[in-house]
Ligand binder design. Structure first.
Ligand SMILES: [Mn+2]
Length: 515
């Protein structure tokens, strides 16, 4: 089949939102697998089932297929076959992958399973029954329930499956697939090449190719093991990039025109409401694209469609205090702090009215999570190594060397900031033999300064575009402290406590001339 025809087929799949091939496997195709005589789709047989979540992503499909493989090699489970079932819908790229690979994966249509036949039921990438769609009813029939999830701390509430589960694996790694690949490795079960490829796609999708904040060393190790098992880099290159479909593009274009940004305490919170006639899969990818294109720190999209109203939210690590999971939890959804979603319950929709109102409520939650922006006074190092303006170049050299500095501030006898002296200024003066020259004749007097009330956003702008350290001064020019890039990195908390406090923890007095 040519690529174009597959694409044409998938275009039909997009509008329905389901995967017809797995739900209604044509009998002609079944007949090709001649031996043993294939059971009719409606013939029942005891089995295990592993469920993906609704709107199945690569992590969910990969984790489910990996668990089916694990059970197939475990004598506690392998007396009966294990099938993977997708309750409702999948990301377009996942559908495309399945269109090529369904004959090598244990995926079965929902309707081909009789709930009464299920022995062990696996749930991956979720710990809430709400994520299981119509398969939820199977929870009552199954003999044992096994939950593998990496959304630790989320999805609590009445739908949480932990209480009724026989086995719970809930660990904070980047992907659910990682949890099960580790078990395959421990059990010495080698995946087939297409399986290994799918598992890599699962880990990549949920870790953003190991780039997301939630990524752990365990994800990278699981991924490396799969590559050693022969995962196809050609297939990963093909399916590892989500392509925006025509329907997605239309919504993206509308959203770009109507997105509303609100700057609050240095954070850009954007919201947008869109409508779609049919179910458009893969809207999370649209939200991610929008986050990039609008330079928002937080973006929440409301999608109104025939079956209800969905919210999808994404946030950058820079919006450190924003926890979209708790925001979406308010609307019965879940996810991670930086990526979460909800299908807004009917009663909320009735109470709030238009999608715009629902978005306003969601935005208020987000704004409530943003603390007052720190100012220079809170961030600065207040005891700064500094020179008096009547110190000599020789004094300056001693001071800079002693503290390993490349520059220092210069103050007068009253402590008023008079200038900045750089190492290069000192070196130049030394070459001219000006060792006893006063620094006030050599220093730079054009100095960018800020006040104690300068907000973080402005400090950041100065520190990343012009100078690496900026003095904080009182209205009368008295030097209060200094803010450096190190302070900025500390505040961003990129490196935990591993950064040394910035230069200049010295008392001003110690650095006076002749000291
Ligand atoms: Mn996941």
């Amino acid at each position: 089949m040519t690529r174009r025809r597959v694409a044409a087929l998938l275009a039909v799949v997009h509008t329905s939102g389901f995967i017809p091939a797995t739900n209604t496997q044509p009998s002609a195709a079944r007949a090709l697998h001649a031996a043993p005589p294939a059971p009719a789709a409606d013939q029942t047989e005891p089995c295990n089932v592993v469920l993906t979540t609704t709107n199945c992503d690569f992590d969910s499909l990969a984790a489910a297929c990996a668990l089916a493989s694990l059970w197939g090699n475990d004598e506690r489970f392998n007396k009966v076959p294990t099938h993977v079932v997708m309750p409702r819908g999948a990301f377009p790229v996942v559908q495309r992958f399945l269109a090529y690979h369904k004959h090598v994966l244990p995926v079965r249509g929902f309707k081909t399973i009789d709930g009464a036949d299920i022995e062990a039921l696996g749930v991956v990438d979720a710990s809430s029954a709400a994520r299981l769609g119509r398969s939820k009813k199977w929870l009552e029939n199954c003999q044992s329930l096994h939950v593998y999830d990496h959304h630790v701390g989320g999805e609590e509430g009445e739908d949480n499956l932990f209480a009724q589960a026989t086995e719970v694996v809930s660990e904070p790694v980047g992907s659910a697939t990682t949890l099960i690949v580790e078990r395959l490795k421990d059990a010495d079960v080698s995946p087939s090449v297409p399986e290994a490829t799918l598992y890599v796609l699962g880990i990549r999708a949920d870790t953003g190719g190991l780039a997301y904040e939630t990524t752990t060393a365990r994800d990278a190790e699981a991924l490396a093991w799969l590559l050693r098992k022969g995962a196809s880099q050609a297939a990963i290159a093909e399916f590892g990039v989500e392509r925006i479909s025509g329907d997605q593009r239309k919504i993206l274009a509308t959203a770009l025109r109507t997105v509303e940004s609100r700057h609050y305490r240095g954070i850009n919170v954007a919201t947008v409401a869109v409508r779609s006639k049919g179910y458009v899969p893969g809207l999370a990818a649209v939200v991610e694209e929008l986050l990039e294109l609008t330079a928002a720190d937080v973006l929440i999209m409301a999608i109104e469609h025939q079956n209800g109203l969905d919210l999808i939210g994404r946030a950058r690590p820079g919006a450190a205090t924003v926890d979209l999971r708790t925001v979406m939890h308010r609307f019965g959804g879940g996810g991670h702090a930086r990526a979460a979603a909800a299908a807004v319950p009917e009663h909320d929709r009735k109470a709030m009215g238009a999608p715009r109102n629902v978005l306003d409520v969601a935005r208020e939650y987000v704004l409530g999570q943003i603390p007052a922006e720190p100012t220079a006074a809170a961030i600065m190092t207040s005891s700064v190594v500094t020179l008096k303006d009547d110190a000599t170049i020789a004094d300056a050299r001693r001071l800079l060397d002693a503290h390993g500095l490349k520059a220092t501030t210069v103050v007068d006898a009253e402590g008023l900031l008079r200038g900045v002296l750089k190492m290069s200024d000192v070196s130049k003066a030394e070459k001219k033999g000006q060792h006893t020259t006063k620094v006030k004749g050599v220093m730079r007097t054009q100095v960018t300064t800020v006040s104690r009330d300068t907000p973080l956003a402005r400090l950041e702008e100065i520190l990343v575009t012009t100078v690496g350290r900026v003095p904080v001064v009182e209205d009368d020019g008295r030097l209060l402290g200094i803010v450096t890039r190190t302070d900025l990195l500390r505040l961003r908390n990129y490196y935990g406590g591993s950064l040394e406090r910035s230069e200049g923890m010295m008392e001003l007095a110690e650095a006076g001339p002749g000291s």
